[in-house]
Design a protein. Structure first.
Length: 152
């Protein structure tokens, strides 16, 4: 019985890294879809109520257990893929990174907004939150097009 070649092992490792990246992208984006919706329901609850306290707890768990760790892993695995694939000079990767940076900023804004809600502040309307809920979908569609078609 012969041992697998180094090339085979590296190819297999690359595929596992890629699979992990895609899995955590799904977790992150799903959470970013859900979070603004949670905030809409939170804002519709009575300030100081038991219902509001439950929304604060749900939002915190979603952010701390799913969304933020997923974002960190997306970045780590994505940078690893770009390095192994030698794509740093690719135009499509630069465009993708710009969108991912924007999504990361959106993530940060949403985390900050949740902390404001927990303090009793409600600076944005439910309608505005519903519109913001579209950001992850639009960004994801653009990223998929860039990664699959590699137009430049």
């Amino acid at each position: 019985m012969s041992l697998p070649s180094l090339g085979y092992i590296l190819d297999l490792t690359y595929l596992w890294i890629k699979a992990g990246h895609i899995i955590f992208v799904i977790f992150w984006i799903a959470g970013l879809f859900l979070l603004p919706r949670y905030y809409v329901y939170h804002q519709e609850s009575t300030p100081g109520s038991q219902e509001e306290r439950r929304w604060i707890d749900r939002e915190r768990k979603l952010r701390n257990i799913i969304i933020t760790p997923s974002m960190v892993l997306v970045w780590i695995l994505g940078i690893t893929l770009a390095t192994v694939g030698h794509w740093w000079s690719s135009g499509w990767l630069m465009a993708k990174l710009a969108i991912v940076l924007g999504l990361s900023a959106y993530h940060g804004y949403m985390v900050g907004y949740g902390k404001k809600l927990a303090r009793g502040e409600r600076p944005v309307s439910g309608r505005a939150l519903r519109i913001m809920n579209e950001v992850p979908g639009i960004a994801t569609a653009a990223i998929v097009v860039l990664v699959v078609l590699k137009p430049f």
